[in-house]
Design a protein around this ligand. Structure first.
Ligand code: ANZ
Length: 747
């Protein structure tokens, strides 16, 4: 009998054993206990990185454990195959994006197989496959019909030398990554999805996601950013024009000492002509184009427009300024400024010598507060509203403003519609075309998919689809007139927003989903990195609701339970290519085997926390497996002693069953794999000692070893299956029932 632990051979043999036994095929006909476990599919960049390995190991451990509980598990894998790196590789190495992507997929699939993940490869998908993106195009047309899609001019990063649109990540320090040219902002017409029509549902839905991390729900909530306030109209002096502001603090209206409008505001268009200082300021702000976060942190700057406005409530006349911290696309792009109670307004007022009026007192006089009190409290200096509490004052003031037609309550959201067009080749073509007069038509369903052309020239500047000599020129299928295809492709978030649906029926020809599989939805367990907390997860939730509303599924949320795995660190910093501190999973597998890598990952930290890479940790995991190996063979070879010590044997059984109890609880109730593993290590130590004692009972040792092998098999499946086979059991461990606690043995 081979008694050396030689992971390389063992793992290859066991993988063959699984393949022969079709061990990971999903029983889609199962009528109960379905469990859909999904790890976020990777972008096929070339090689797996350690973050992937962590994500997929966690997913596989959960899948295998659930299956041993008797569930029918579906665990698929696929490829988020469109995206920019393929185009860059095409330019750099003259290899077609599809070739490059296919090659990477083949390599990474092999890597995943070497790690022993129990994927049902029969359901593999690649989003760059026309069979996949056909349904995405179909879906887009449904949304177009439902009026949930529109086209609007929107700004992009423009490289004036390469004459191309740049993705944000291609802008480095304000310059084009390849040309080094200073990036310009350019407005071009782009497609948008009306995610804002679902703001409320996306927000409310969070409340039912009891098995999602609170932090992720919080991030989504802030991203949607619901705010309840009022629109208030200020009349511009000596004019009939009104300026509308959005405020959440109408209770501070007696403290308004100026209005501030965004440099893009319409009323400035005419002012600009006659006021060169104003014109210069506006041009400066426009050329900078700051993000929302920067806006709130930059030095406040502004210019007096010379206009004044009348406070609708107290009749006071206040100057109208334009200021760089007012966002053009939030609220009305105009703010009533209360420097007595708002930090930004205060900074601005101090700088430009504008009056600071206090109108709110903190509720508790004991409160130690900064000079600027931004909270709610009791009104002062506010006419008939003085002495009211903020919340009551808000109501009364708004009521009075409504009466004089100067105000109305208003809910605002931070969430913006989702811009989905990209001026790129390696993406899914947007299935519309234009007549010469510019009217837009959807591609007829029968003509889908609109495939990407294969013959593509990357040597020219700009979007290769736009430059292609023939692809975009078509005859309108409705009228026979000359027409031009849309040359924009979808943002790749489009593909990843619904792939979990297609996994259930990847080859289905008659629809986006095979409805007979809908009972597998939603996904029971989703696992992925925290970097996807907002966009990917929000878009997927949005798509799920859209799919429901076009009648192809009936649930409202895609992912019942979410696990956000922590990062992998090296010396306290994130492992990443740019930091040059990555380790290659292949190297570790070559040296120690896949089981050691899997064990190390699951043992070194709870899944949600960061994991510090450690060579000694890897060594330790490997040693543990060797000890498990060696004890198993001892137990196989042992002859039972003639004179069993009953007390000791009963103690050993107690330990075994206490460990089963703890391990089971840790894995299934707490996702606490590291503590589960620790308890099995402790048990193994005890068993080794027991085996050395004279009067051991080998039946008890067998019971112990079998339990440990079973419980560890989701984590280190190869060595466990090998030992299982050596115990003369020829079943696939993944089909074995989870060990049961013998309550009698606990005492
Ligand atoms: C008066 C006021 C007094 C305000 C006060 C706050 C505190 P949220 O909660 O994020 O919706 N605001 C409105 N539109 C803006 C814009 N386009 N750019 C920058 N700031 C804008 O924030 C709403 C508050 O942000 C509004 O309430 C407004 O200032 C400001 F003691 O009005 B407030």
């Amino acid at each position: 009998m081979n008694k050396d632990y030689n992971p390389k051979d063992i793992e290859a043999n066991i993988q063959e054993f699984w393949e022969k036994n079709n061990s990971f095929k999903t029983d889609f006909n199962a009528t109960k206990n379905k469990y859909y476990c999904l790890s976020m599919f990777p972008y096929p960049s070339g090689k797996l990185h350690i973050g992937h390995v962590r994500n997929y190991t966690i997913g596989d451990v959960i899948s295998r454990s659930q299956r041993m509980l008797g569930k029918s598990v579906f665990q698929p894998m696929g490829w988020d195959a469109f995206g920019l790196p393929a185009e860059n590789a095409a330019i750099a190495n003259k290899v077609h994006p599809s070739e490059w992507t296919k090659k990477n997929i083949n390599h990474m699939r092999e890597q995943l197989k070497r790690l022993g993940y129990s994927y049902d490869w029969d359901n593999e998908i690649s989003t760059a496959n026309p069979e996949y993106y056909k349904w995405e195009q179909w879906f887009f047309i449904k949304l177009l019909e439902k009026n949930l899609v529109y086209k609007k001019k929107s700004e992009v990063n423009w490289d004036p030398i390469d004459k191309t649109v740049l993705a944000n990540e291609q802008v480095v320090d304000g310059r084009g990554w390849r040309s080094g040219a200073i990036v310009e902002r350019k407005e071009i017409p782009q497609w948008f999805l009306k995610i804002t029509e679902y703001s409320d549902e996306l927000l409310e839905g969070l409340e039912d996601l009891n098995s999602w991390p609170t932090s992720v729900k919080m991030m989504q909530k802030n991203w949607i950013g619901k705010s309840e306030g009022a629109l208030v109209k200020f009349k511009i002096s000596n004019s009939n024009d009104l300026l509308e502001v959005y405020t959440t603090r109408v209770d501070t209206i007696f403290g308004v000492s100026f209005l501030a409008i965004s440099p893009n505001h319409n009323i400035l268009k005419s002012q600009k002509k006659s006021n060169p200082i104003l014109a210069r300021f506006i041009d400066k702000c426009n050329s900078l184009k700051l993000s929302e976060e920067t806006v709130s942190s930059i030095e406040k700057e502004g210019v007096d427009t010379g206009l004044t406005a009348i406070n609708p409530l107290d009749g006071s006349v206040v100057p109208i300024w334009t200021a760089n911290y007012v966002l053009s696309d939030y609220g009305t792009g105009c703010v009533m400024c209360v420097p007595g109670h708002d930090i930004r307004d205060n900074e601005f007022a101090v700088k430009y010598n504008l009056p600071v009026i206090k109108v709110i007192n903190p509720e508790s006089s004991k409160l130690v507060h900064k000079e600027i009190f931004t909270g709610e409290g009791t009104l002062i200096n506010s006419g008939k509203y003085t002495d009211l509490e903020s919340h009551l004052a808000k109501k009364n003031i708004l009521k009075d403003l409504v009466k004089i037609d100067a105000g109305i309550s208003k809910i605002n959201y931070r969430l913006r519609d989702w811009g989905i067009s990209r001026q790129r080749y390696w993406g899914c073509p947007i299935p519309v075309f234009y007549h010469e007069d510019g009217t837009v038509y959807p591609v007829p369903e029968d003509d889908l998919p609109i495939k990407l052309p294969d013959d593509i020239d990357f040597s020219q500047d700009g979007n290769p689809l736009e430059n292609h000599p023939t692809w975009k020129h078509i005859k309108c299928p409705y009228t026979g007139k000359k027409a031009i295809r849309e040359t924009d492709t979808f943002d790749t978030f489009f593909e990843s927003s619904w792939y979990y649906l297609r996994f259930l029926s990847p080859g289905f020809k008659d629809g986006l989903v095979d409805k007979s599989k809908n009972n597998w939805l939603p996904v029971d367990q989703y696992i992925g990195g925290i970097e996807h907390a907002i966009l990917h997860l929000l878009y997927a939730r949005f798509f799920h609701k859209l799919m429901r509303d076009i009648g192809i599924i009936d649930s409202s949320e895609p992912f019942l339970s979410l696990l956000s795995q922590g990062m992998v660190l090296q010396n306290g910093i994130k492992m990443s290519k740019s930091k040059g501190n990555t380790i290659d999973p292949d190297d570790i597998i070559n040296k120690y085997g896949a089981d050691t890598v899997r064990l190390f990952i699951m043992f070194s930290a709870p899944p949600e926390q960061s994991l510090e890479w450690s060579d000694t940790g890897i060594e330790g995991s490997h040693k543990f497996l060797k000890r498990l190996w060696s004890l198993s063979f001892k137990v196989i070879d042992n002859n039972n002693s003639s004179n069993i010590d009953l007390q000791k044997s009963s103690n050993m059984r107690t330990k075994i069953h206490k460990t089963i109890k703890k391990f089971t609880h840790d894995v299934f109730d707490r996702n606490s794999f590291n503590t589960a593993i620790a308890s099995s290590m402790e048990l193994l130590n005890d068993m080794i000692k027991y085996n050395l004692s004279k009067n051991f009972d080998n039946k008890v040792l067998l019971e112990g070893i079998e339990s440990v092998i079973k419980m560890l098999s989701p984590i280190t499946p190869h060595i466990c299956q090998e030992l299982w086979n050596n115990l003369d059991k020829n079943s696939s461990l993944i089909d074995e029932p989870w060990p049961k606690v013998d309550n009698d043995a606990l005492v």
